[in-house]
Design a protein around this ligand. Sequence first.
Ligand code: ZN
Length: 419
Amino acid sequence: MGAAALTGKSFRASNGRVTGMFRAVLALLTFIVVFAGIECRPACAADQVKALDYKMAGDAKRVRIVMNFDNEPEPKWFLLRAPHRFVIDLPGSSLALKAEDLAPRGLVKSVRYGASGEGDSRLIVTAKGPFNVEKVDILANEEGNGYRLVADLVAATERDFEAALAVQSETTASTTTTKTDRLDAVPANRPFTIVIDPGHGGVDGGAEGLNGTVEKEITLAFSKELKTKLEANSTYKVYLTREDDQFLRLDDRVRMARQHTADLFISVHADTIRLKGIRGATVYTVSDKASDAEAQALADRENLSDQLAGVAVVEENHEVSDILVDLIKRETHGFSTRFARSLVEELSPTVGMINNPHRSAGFRVLKAPDVPSVLVELGYLSNAKDEEQLRSADWREKAATSIAKAVAAFVAERRAAGG
Ligand SMILES: [Zn+2]
């Protein structure tokens, strides 16, 4: 398989530069893609790769990690913030490392590891501050005895670390294959589930237009039209969070998306803005900034294992749970961003859009950790022309067609990821 061809290849990033990190992430991607086709992964006990040791050398500026394996490992690494962590997933591997080898050293505050699923292992290196992953190599040992993993971590600025995280969430979103079964590629033989959320309802009328259009009515009408449009594709399952003039809490909407195990959640709105001249559609994804605190709050509110059904939470402690939520949220965010871009692409030629039409904010309704979610503001009811458009069945038909095209592109990508 492709595995041998990669032996000894070096994924080197230049020091501290975003471009360098980008290259490193691309290399990682290539790596993951090459390994994606390997069969008989984690489950084959006979093929288990064993880590024989762990060594770490260096100081506060730079640390090298070396691990020896009896067979070729297939690591996938990624970064987590708060605290700054370097995580190596080793599918089909078992680790039995000496506690004294894991003692903190230089830049590294702690090293932990554990099983992350059936036959899989995860190593978590927590740093004292932000760092760059300068390289992660898998090399064949010269004497022909197994392989070694060499990783170099170099102290960096917070900005560098954040930049690497941003690149990571953009580029590895669909290929990181940790225990996040919910977000694995969508097989072609199972329906693709879309939940459409007509904004507002009941006592909450939402915005009101200059000529009396009420947001909750527009969102419901449009959502029903969009549902019909999408249902033309028999491989989709489409649900509405409400079918009539009913009040729903934001949490309820999120919960419904999750109950339907939605592959995509689209919240439909048409709000107002003080500047009456502003018009056009906008696509929102949830902002990255609030992610960790929100993940924690979500974990506190609901039963985490129910919530993340299908995810193997191995250790009974908050640290691991937090890592899994982080990981899933990052994947979800990557998918949400892709869909948002696809939406902007399809809506731009047919429907007027605002400047910088893809924006992000802390919308509670978009915070399902495992459902790619976007909020579409169809237009502004505070703008007379937008209000007129929103009342036009022809315009709504055009907008629904564009959204359906964007959904089709997204579905094709998600199914193609399944090979
Ligand atoms: Zn609204």
